[in-house]
Design a protein around this ligand. Structure first.
Ligand code: ATP
Ligand code: MG
Length: 199
């Protein structure tokens, strides 16, 4: 015998399924997706790299550009380079600590030129532009240049931009915007950045 509660649950699930099915049937457009992952919480870059793993796992091609000088060893870079994913990062330039405008701009510009090549390459299914938001905020890379490259990219290519305080024009252009909110972070309780977890 089904109870009232069970019956209500079944009905609720049926309704939910109908509404989800309807929305799935309505989503028919095939195109690359531009996603911005921003906010002050932890999980922006790791989310971007998760999508890179998903893409590569399907035998598709991804490329990564990191816009922060690699101060420490980066686990995902080690792994992705082993499986042949093009991975470019700033060898000098912007870090959280030092900010020399001239050398930072030069380093950012050089790295951005590589990103632009990826954004023009039809054979790349997914481009991760990790921490690009800061380059725009600091004016190391021109916003207009970024918007143009994003708009002119191959139709089926997806792009993910990560970083705090994404410029409004980036989030406006994006198809998907996720904001990671900081509820709490181990660092605030004195826990050091942990290898294999934070980098
Ligand atoms: P992750 O790479 O872990 O996904 P993220 O990309 O969201 O983090 P960033 O702003 O790029 O965060 O920060 C890079 C480093 O700072 C990471 O080691 C991360 O663990 C740490 N971090 C992220 N958010 C916070 C926070 N709210 N407080 C302190 N440290 C943080
Ligand atoms: Mg990050």
């Amino acid at each position: 015998m089904t109870t009232d509660k069970e019956q209500k649950h079944v009905e609720r699930q049926k309704k939910l399924k109908a509404s989800v099915d309807e929305r799935i049937a309505a989503a028919q457009t095939e195109q690359g997706v531009f996603q911005v992952i921003t906010g002050n919480g932890k999980g922006k870059s790791t989310s971007g790299f998760g999508t890179v793993a998903r893409c590569v796992g399907h035998g598709m091609s991804a490329a990564v550009v990191q816009f922060i000088k690699g101060g420490w060893e980066c686990g995902e870079r080690n792994l992705l380079q082993q499986v042949g994913v093009p991975f470019t990062y700033m060898e000098t330039g912007f870090t959280w600590e030092t900010q020399n405008r001239e050398s930072d701009t030069k380093a950012a510009q050089e790295t951005w030129q590589v990103a632009k090549q990826y954004l023009a390459d039809e054979s790349i299914d997914l481009v991760l532009l990790d921490e690009l938001t800061y380059m725009v905020t600091y004016d190391y890379v021109e916003l207009e240049d970024v918007l143009t490259a994003l708009k002119n990219r191959p139709k089926m290519q997806s792009v993910i931009i990560t970083g705090r305080a994404a410029h409004r024009e980036l989030t406006e252009l994006a198809d998907t915007v996720s904001e990671v909110r900081n509820v709490k972070h181990a660092f605030d309780a004195g826990v050091k950045a942990q290898k294999g977890f934070d980098y």
